[in-house]
Design a protein around this ligand. Structure first.
Ligand code: COA
Length: 375
């Protein structure tokens, strides 16, 4: 059986940095002290001017290709974990596949909210392990800033926007060793965005409950998440025949530093084996784990042979965990010509797309003429 290895990685966050004080200035009854002490968050990034989530996803995926020195045409599949797509259809993954120039790849979105990236990683790994794919781009990207109620201090201070991506490749060595995914829909109402779907509208007319803003029962999610994170982590540690002592790095979903600390304590993991960057990005939903992975790598906290545990949780309620052994040497720099080659390939993809569109339009016109003349 083939294993799935992470061979490339990348992240992209918007330029706009928003500190905790910005919420006070907006007139919200909150403070930097409350937000940072209760959540660990100091700042987050928000997109501006309606920038679509596909923009962030494409940049992260391009970096992952660069690190792996891979061609977009090598990709068999693009899986984009997101709960904030560009539009209802087509899938945002299709935009990403197209803009990367990944002409051979299938593409689909996967929505497991904040747990989405680990779900997508497990799904991509299964495609590789079954022999159906050799190279899978897995992206986690979200822009929850589009769905926040700026008058609700219990939610709007918690989230940020961003994207992260990894390239999975078939390998003889593990790789991803074990994964688990779970869902408990009885808790759906604890964290949700009600609007935007078929429940909230009919024949294009938005109904009263169609507001696409996030609502959450924070304390209940908090209690459930600390328990679920450690349970799911324990399961994949056991299934990969590891002991807790053999875990080198714990990369949990970055929602709240107190949740992370409490889960690590339950697992018996010392602080130095736990990665957190929730202070600088807040909760970026499906992007949080791949962004954390990229930053852990850049801080020299990931080495060949390391055992790593990734755990996530979110709306659904849904959760996922995954154990992997890191197998890719960290390149000190990207080959000089790789970005140039990728830029050229992206331009070529744009050109191919323009030609295809033109071709389609010409064919449609000829078809219409023939029909008219025939009729
Ligand atoms: N600023 C100031 N006060 C705030 C506040 C804010 N931003 N948000 C909530 N409060 C207030 C509450 O209104 C409450 O006031 P009250 O006692 O007068 O009613 C008080 O702080 C305590 O609220 P509580 O909800 O019990 O605080 P908490 O310690 O549980 O922290 C969360 C709230 C949301 C930070 C915490 O519950 C949490 O992180 N939950 C998990 C959320 C999460 O991770 N969601 C994403 C999942 S993917």
């Amino acid at each position: 059986m083939a294993f799935a290895q992470i061979v490339g990685w990348g992240m992209h966050v918007p330029d706009k940095v928003v500190g905790n004080d910005a919420f006070v200035k907006m007139g919200l009854d909150t403070s930097d002290e409350w937000i940072s002490s209760r959540t660990g968050i100091h700042e987050r990034r928000f997109v501006e001017n309606g920038q679509p989530v596909s923009d962030l996803a494409v940049e992260a995926a391009k970096q992952a290709l660069q690190v792996a020195d891979a061609h977009p045409r090598d990709l068999d599949l693009v899986i984009l974990a997101t709960c904030t797509p560009d539009q209802i259809m087509p899938s945002t993954a299709s935009f990403v596949q197209h803009r990367l120039g990944a002409d051979r790849a299938g593409a689909f979105d996967l929505n497991a909210a904040c747990a989405g990236f680990v779900y997508a990683l497990a799904t991509g790994a299964a495609q590789i392990e079954s022999g159906r794919a050799k190279n899978v781009m897995v992206v986690g990207a979200d822009e929850l800033s589009n769905h926040l109620n700026w008058q609700d201090r219990t939610t709007c201070v918690l989230f940020g926007d961003g994207a992260g991506a990894v390239l999975l490749r078939a390998s003889e060595e593990p790789g991803i060793m074990a994964s688990t995914t779970g869902s408990d829909g009885s808790g759906a109402g604890l964290l949700e965005i009600r609007g935007g779907g078929t429940k909230a509208s009919s024949n294009g007319n938005a109904s009263a409950n169609g507001k696409a803003v996030l609502t959450m029962n924070g304390p209940q999610i908090f209690r459930w998440a600390t328990k679920k994170l450690s349970e799911a982590a324990t399961q994949v540690i056991e299934e990969s025949d590891l002991t807790v002592d053999q875990v080198d790095l714990f990369l949990p979903h970055q929602a709240n530093l107190r949740i992370i600390d409490s889960a690590a304590k339950r697992l018996g993991l010392p602080r130095e084996k736990v990665f957190s960057n929730v202070d600088t990005y807040g909760n970026t939903s499906a992007a949080s784990i791949p962004i954390a992975l990229c930053e852990a790598i850049s801080q020299d906290r990931v080495h060949v042979g390391d055992n790593m545990i990734l755990t996530s949780f979110g709306s659904g309620l849904s959760w996922a965990a995954l154990a992997l052994r890191w197998g890719t040497p960290i390149p000190s720099s990207v080959a000089r010509w790789t970005p140039i080659r990728l830029q050229l390939e992206t331009r070529m993809a744009g050109l191919r797309s323009a030609i295809k569109k033109r071709e389609r339009a010409v064919r449609a016109t000829i078809g219409e003429r023939l029909n008219r003349d025939g009729g």
